[in-house]
Ligand binder design. Sequence first.
Ligand code: ATP
Length: 218
Amino acid sequence: MLELRRVTAGYDPREPVLRDLTLTLEPGESVGLLGPSGCGKSTLARVAALLHEPYAGEVVLDGEPVRGWRHRAPRAQRTAFGVVFQQPRLSADPRLRLADLVAEPLRANGLDHAARVAELAERVGLGQDLLARRPHEVSDGQLQRACLARALTLRPRWLICDEMTAMLDASTTAALVAAVEAYRAETGAGLLAVGHDRVLLERWCDRIVEWEAGAGRG
Ligand SMILES: Nc1ncnc2c1ncn2[C@@H]1O[C@H](COP(=O)(O)OP(=O)(O)OP(=O)(O)O)[C@@H](O)[C@H]1O
């Protein structure tokens, strides 16, 4: 279970983006988060993925309150999350070949990677020939497939997809959603998907949480 309990967070403590926000995801549940631009969806996604420390409140993972954030989060909690952002070019090191990009979390954890990278590439529909290329040599959709593969490397129990498909065409969107759903069906992982596309999120998720303007502000 993933719980955000009375979370207040943002970029200026005098003017937080989220105020006193509570959200609970049951194990394996998929929740779509809709809301107007700027209401704080990405901020919430980053707090839920332990990437942004809130000013107040708690994130509780399987009954265990989170005590550290980003690299200071305990490894077991940090690796419980796989995160995919909207703009793959901002989250991919331009110097790395896609195979190394996908392998980054494996390397960081001292794990063997060759076979696993090939398996992950297949899972997200990334041709083996593309693995040798660098980000500037592939399309946004291909790079996003690599970013999804990277998010799955450590077999996370939660996937946080922040507008993962916002820049992509319909067929790449469908392929990435299908890859996420296949992973979830196999592992029982839960999902928090942030987006603007109501039709997509309603089709994709078990439940929709909708913010009205200012609703995150308690
Ligand atoms: N790094 C940052 N520093 C300062 N303010 C920020 C930062 N990131 C976001 N904000 C501000 O926080 C507020 C919420 O931003 P956030 O990205 O969480 O909204 P959002 O609902 O995801 O928006 P969108 O749907 O447009 O992506 C906005 O007013 C934004 O300008």
